[in-house]
Design a protein around this ligand. Sequence first.
Ligand code: PA5
Length: 558
Amino acid sequence: MIIDVLFQVIIHTINNEQIVFIDLLNMKFPDLSPNNKELQWQRFSELLWYSQELGMWLDISRMKITSADLKDLDQPFKKAFKAIHELESGFIANKDESRMVGHYWLRTPELAPSDDLKNSIHSQISKIEEFGNSVLDGTIKTDLGDQFTDVLWIGIGGSSLGPILLVNSLQKKNNGLNFHFLDNIDPVGIKKKFENLGNNLRTTLFVVVSKSGGTPEPKLCMDQARYITESQGFNWSSRAVAITMENSALDQKAIDENWLRRFELPDWVGGRTSITSAVGLLPISLIKSDINNFLMGASIMDKHTRIDDISLNPAALLASSWYIAGSAKGLKDMVVLPYCDSLEVISKYLQQLVMESLGKSQDRQGNLVNQGLAVYGNKGSTDQHAYVQQLRDGIDNFFVSFIEVLSNNNVLPALEDKNPSDFLSGFLQGTRLALSENDRENITITLKTFSEFQLGGLIALFERTVGLYAELVNINAYDQPGVEAGKKAAAEILEIQNNIERLLSSGKKFSLEELFNSIDNPNKDSLFMIVRNMTISNPSYDVTGDWMQPNTLEIRKT
Ligand code: PA5
């Protein structure tokens, strides 16, 4: 390493820029000792990506990526770029579900493989804009003649994380409707949401989002929301909007009951990439943000990430960094640290986008690969007082993705010569250096300013990075068999509970062992957990025995 660095310095002193740059990349990175600032600067300058249109920089110079790595990736990227072009042209890219993958068409409809699709995308955008404006200006009112004040958004995973990000990042005070999210079936959480809504329930628009239209959680949340609404004397259908696939159970319900509106979620849009469909556009419209700006930002980023040249394509630079950092196996986690409160929830959003897409057991040929890339994070500088300590000094199993916004920050005066904006930037830069000094890899994405336009670009950057990375590791990023397996397993547990309830309804006393022997094939610990949950939450069950010794427990329905 030292010889390597000395060699670089000698080359640098002969001032042949071309050679210096090539060898800088070839160095066994990172070369971060104080003597090598000039070399680091050259590396930074060479690797820096910038788009004037988007007002965005990407710096991967503090990732351990060398020109030899990039050269090795040349061939794999040729294949990856080809796959991305095929995907955009309407190829069945999600083979496991026999579906096209078309979220890129949503922001550049001209790319859609047929005129029908192109027209339906345009018409959907117009319908959403028209609906959003009519709700906001009061042309569309409740059946009682009131203007809508609130939205209760019911959906889970890809059907809620995008809207949560958009509302948190973009909504300005007193702009548009107040948003509330029902994204879990925690009864306490649901009750609290309705307590928070209070009298505004009368003027709440219910948006139920489920691509499949059959996911149990949103269905249960919807049933609860409807029950509470109707029991307070308000009409559901005239306040309810569905976003779902055509002909799904939810779609059929909305048609049969004449709901206020239906918006289609096409089968070629995945849940976690649905933010530029009605799933994201409706909330943007209802918080008075600009749909077209958001789509434009995403479309411009897509244009950049369509370029078949790693060094000019920011998603390829990111995908290469992830690939090298994690040795092509996701061995390093990505810690997302936006130094910006508006982007506080982006780590949650990216967690789903990345982990649900890349966390796959098999490659496309069915070989066991157990791929993935873990994502977590919160925000800076807050987390400098939380987990950044471990990042700098503890186990080195991650790389950081900093995100910073420049001009939006200058909204407060400098007091005692101290400007919060300078401090925020200073803390980011300090952490970046402190990590590098301890050999911890990091990436920095810098946005000149922040609005729906930059957010569209940022999301599109990560969507494409995920797509390219999936090609490099040869997996299908667009299915989610693990999620389906979880749904199936939950249904089985509920079926076991039904059987237990049936047995206990006789009034007879059962030991755990007796229940176990009477029910088809449960795991004993599952049986214990089901019985514990049933009996503790329902006083009509009487339990005797010692919880520390499960075999002594006996249950009876009183
Ligand atoms: O990204 C995905 O596909 C998932 O996270 C889904 O969005 C989630 O499971 C909800 O599914 P649905 O929208 O069909 O209710």
